[in-house]
Design a protein. Structure first.
Length: 421
């Protein structure tokens, strides 16, 4: 059986073969590809790239990799499908043009649409918890941002909402949809009740399956937040909650994976805060609330460095306004960490409240600090929930079980003449 994967990133082996930069995204896709090596399936991994002017093909380790020219559009994909003659097509991601092209170019009953995030709902929640001024059009700033490859918060929101409309067309064409949570299942049913929905959890990064978090009574209270680069990830709400946490734990520290707001000196700082809109707001908010010295930005972290931050922290905090199945939460659970997470999207499908961690409403300003304080105040209870989370995550993200389930689904679709709801 040959399965054609249409990705929204260039896989690392192909990027290296073409002497192109390796993207940090897509680790779970490559983990699935590795897990399927023991299964009777031949994979073709295909992605569009602006760095190639014609289709490039490589076979590496028994896997075929294709890089399609970005300017080639739908015709480049149709030519690749005609040349490779796969039995099945799996589309990763729902919001890009290639998803529509694929569904229009291959037998729909032999095509599987895999949900990653959902652009439309993310756009709707992009500015949750921010002042209304972030929704105002700022023509000069938007023009400057466009020249530097950036975007204002309003532009980020509008871009996702626009992709969300295209995403609905993708779902309307799909016969078979693969997701992970009750939330993305409900979304699928709302936009295409006729589609058949299948569930399959993700394989996470290898380092997180070994070792585990241990409570250190001498450890300074440390809260780890895995992302803070866009408003959707809710770092502004963490900063707003920090004074209440610091009132009980004066030495508390928040570690944020990513780069800090730009610092350019007293004269240029107002300009930088104006240009770097959201980071500038975070910087001003932290200083106004008197907690700037409690926030440490780690820079971009690889898997091992991320694991070290998890293990050195007291609590993992997921403050996002919306998530489907955040890998960071799964990795924290694999390590057995005490976790506090926003009760949004698909998060409740991953972690049971008060048994495997604590869930809170991010729109309620009092609930986030209460959840974090509950974990810090009751170390034994937090440790017990972390152990339960680890047991759940080890089962949910078992690579062999996921590979076997994926293969069973391939066999089902490959043998089916028509996928019926």
């Amino acid at each position: 059986m040959t399965v054609f994967w249409l990705l929204n990133f260039l896989p690392p082996p192909m990027a290296r073969a073409l002497d192109l930069p390796v993207q940090a995204s897509g680790s779970w896709v490559m983990a699935l590809q590795q897990a399927l090596e023991e299964q009777p399936v031949r994979l073709i991994l295909c992605a569009y790239s602006p760095a190639v002017s014609e289709t490039r093909r490589r076979e590496i380790g028994g896997v075929v990799y294709l890089a399609l020219p970005a300017a080639g559009g739908k015709e480049a994909l149709q030519a690749a499908l005609a040349a490779e003659q796969p039995d099945l097509l799996q589309i990763f991601g729902t919001e890009n043009d290639h998803a529509v092209w694929a569904l229009e170019s291959f037998a729909p009953q032999k095509t599987l649409l895999y949900i990653q995030g959902l652009a439309g709902p993310c756009g709707e929640h992009m500015t949750d918890g921010l002042p209304p001024r972030f929704l105002r059009r700022q023509r000069m700033k938007e023009r400057l941002a466009a020249r530097t490859g950036g975007a204002t918060v309003r532009q980020l929101r509008e871009g996702l909402l626009e992709k969300g409309e295209a995403e609905k067309k993708v779902f309307a064409l799909a016969r078979n949809v693969l997701g992970r949570t009750e939330w993305d299942k409900a979304f699928t049913a709302s936009v295409n009740p006729q589609a058949r929905y299948y569930k399959l959890n993700e394989i996470l990064r290898a380092p997180f399956y070994s070792g585990g978090w241990q409570r250190d009574p001498l450890r300074r209270p440390r809260i780890f937040v895995s992302q803070g680069n866009t408003p959707l990830k809710g770092l502004h709400r963490v900063i707003e909650a920090l004074p209440a946490i610091a009132a009980r734990y004066p030495d508390v520290q928040v570690d944020v994976a990513g780069w800090p707001p730009p610092r350019k000196g007293a004269l240029l700082q107002p300009v930088m805060n104006w240009l770097a809109e959201y980071p500038g707001y975070l910087d001003q908010l932290a200083r106004r609330l008197g907690v700037a010295d409690r926030i440490r930005y780690t820079g971009v972290l690889n898997a091992e460095a991320m694991k070290t931050c998890f293990l050195q922290s007291s609590v993992f905090l997921l403050p996002s306004s919306l998530e489907n199945s955040p890998n960071s939460l799964g990795e924290a659970m694999l390590l057995g960490m005490p976790c506090a997470a926003a009760n949004v999207g698909g998060v409740p499908s991953m972690m049971e409240d008060k048994k495997e961690g604590l869930l809170f409403d991010p729109a309620r300003p009092d609930q986030m600090p209460q959840a974090v304080l509950a974990l810090l105040d009751d170390p034994a209870g937090a440790e017990a929930m972390g152990k339960a989370a680890r047991a759940r995550a080890m089962a949910d993200h078992d690579p062999k079980a996921i590979a076997a389930a994926q293969m069973a689904l391939y066999n089902q679709l490959c043998g089916a003449k028509e996928a019926k709801p």
